[in-house]
Write a protein that binds this ligand. Sequence first.
Ligand code: PGA
Length: 258
Amino acid sequence: MNQKIWVGTNWKMTKTISEGLAYTEELVRISKKVSNNIELFIIPSYTALTSISELTSQSRIHIGAQNMHWEDSGAYTGEISPRMLDEIGIEIVELGHSERRQYYKENDADINKKVHAALRYDMKPLVCIGENIVEKKNNISKETLAAQLKVCLKDLTKEEASSVMIAYEPVWAIGENGIPADSGYVAEIHAFLREELIQLFGEVGSDIPLLYGGSVNHENIIEYIDIVDVNGLFIGRSAWETERFEEILRKLENHLYN
Ligand code: PGA
């Protein structure tokens, strides 16, 4: 396998600016030894974005934001606009993470507006989708995911779609109480998502990076990355310490490229 993969982490609401800077300095050092086939990204907290994007400007680490509003400006207290993220050189914007959907009632239609807004500013939307445990138990995972994809990516041209990345993150697999997904299940779902993307965007759909996330750690990464339609890994807790992230990167690199 000699394809590029995307590997990154969302810090959620964990690191302060100083903690984030220390982490990033270390990751910049680590990144110099990581194969160029691995596209590395981090998604810091908002307060740390400016200083971290300055720190990484000469490195190969891509920086993302955890959310944004779809309007350029306006009376939306507490929100951050695409114009503001563009000003500080943000390249990726994570949209529709399950915690945003669950605690802040984000829905697919709003995510779709955000996807269009990100593309207007040449930012790469990283659109998160995933079924919850009730949907899984009722055997409607695929229907749920197909609907999420369709609405989140509504009215995108093929060219626009080619800038999007998708993260499949089953809600029941995320976080402290998450149950790591069986790799056979992930393979089935990713193959399904690939077909859906091809149906929506033709050939372009075959090249849209499909990342997997949810309790990914150094023990299960190889199983996940060996799945044909898994083009990257989106990691939470297991990448919040650089030592553990480095171990994951080494393992991937040895397995895929050596
Ligand atoms: P986790 O988080 O790896 O800690 O389960 C994944 C995510 O929320 O993207």
